[in-house]
Design a protein. Structure first.
Length: 258
């Protein structure tokens, strides 16, 4: 994994972020830098705000009535909450993979082609080339190349999740957000997804929400620990797990609660 520590290598920077659902504040004064070509893990107990924070990065929370962010979120030094932001293009740059695999009730090929067609790509050969490239990146090509017109829903859970990752990749994003992508998968499929993340980080910046502390240790370069809407600690993963600065972080890692 590439580990970029210099400030010149920051992909996304969050400063003093507050976030509200209506009158309820769910994130308080969050500041964090996401390094390019690194894997950042967000962990903490349920309801601590980590998934909300993940969705801040591509404005998925905009789809929720009365949701609002106060603060600054810079993607390559551009404020994504600025008035001139094209949210559709933002979500093409910052892709999302959800907790449950969510393939469309279409063929494998049409799942992959759907976003490309919306993007305005009409050349059939170009679409086919991009799909093949993305399926190869997720190690799915060898498994499905002869069944591209088969329903995506016929794939196993692990294959469906890799398809969803490939569907995000085919849009040629710069970042990939993953919200507990392995929580619904068996251990073998989980291992494949983790290995895939380690390979993809050479080309993308990855942020993952996980309840699995061992997973955070295995795959991430950086880790943020959230607790009740606060970012209690953010550091290199080895520092968080071996030399946590906050008592709550240490107690959580040791399994005393959560």
């Amino acid at each position: 994994m590439k580990k970029n520590e210099n400030c010149d290598h920051i992909k996304l920077s969050v400063h003093h972020l507050d976030f509200f659902y209506g009158k309820k504040q769910v994130l308080r004064k969050i500041s964090m830098d996401i390094h390019k070509h690194s894997i950042t893990a967000l962990m903490g107990p349920s309801g601590c705000g980590k998934s909300t924070f993940l969705r801040v990065m591509n404005r998925m929370n905009d789809l929720i009535p009365e949701a609002r962010a106060i603060g600054t979120v810079l993607l390559d030094n551009e404020d994504i909450y600025g008035n001139n932001t094209d949210v559709v293009k933002l979500r093409q740059r910052v892709g999302m993979v959800f907790q449950q695999p969510n393939p469309l009730p279409k063929s494998i090929f049409d799942n992959m082609a759907y976003g490309l067609r919306i993007k305005g790509i009409k050349d059939k050969q170009k679409i086919a080339e991009l799909i093949e490239k993305s399926l190869k990146k997720t190690s799915l090509w060898g498994e499905v190349k002869d069944e591209l017109h088969k329903s995506a829903l016929s794939l196993s859970g692990g294959q469906q999740q890799r398809l969803c990752i490939a569907r995000a990749i085919v849009m040629e994003p710069e970042m990939i957000l993953m919200d507990e992508p392995c929580s619904a998968l068996d251990p073998i499929s989980t291992t494949k997804i983790e290995e895939l993340m380690k390979e993809l980080v050479d080309d993308y910046t990855i942020v993952i929400v996980t309840h699995n502390m061992q997973q955070a240790q295995r795959v991430s370069d950086w880790t943020g620990f959230f607790y009740m809407g606060d970012l209690l600690e953010f550091d290199k993963t080895k520092e968080i797990f071996h030399h946590p600065k906050e008592k709550k972080t240490q107690e959580y890692i040791e399994g005393r609660w959560g």
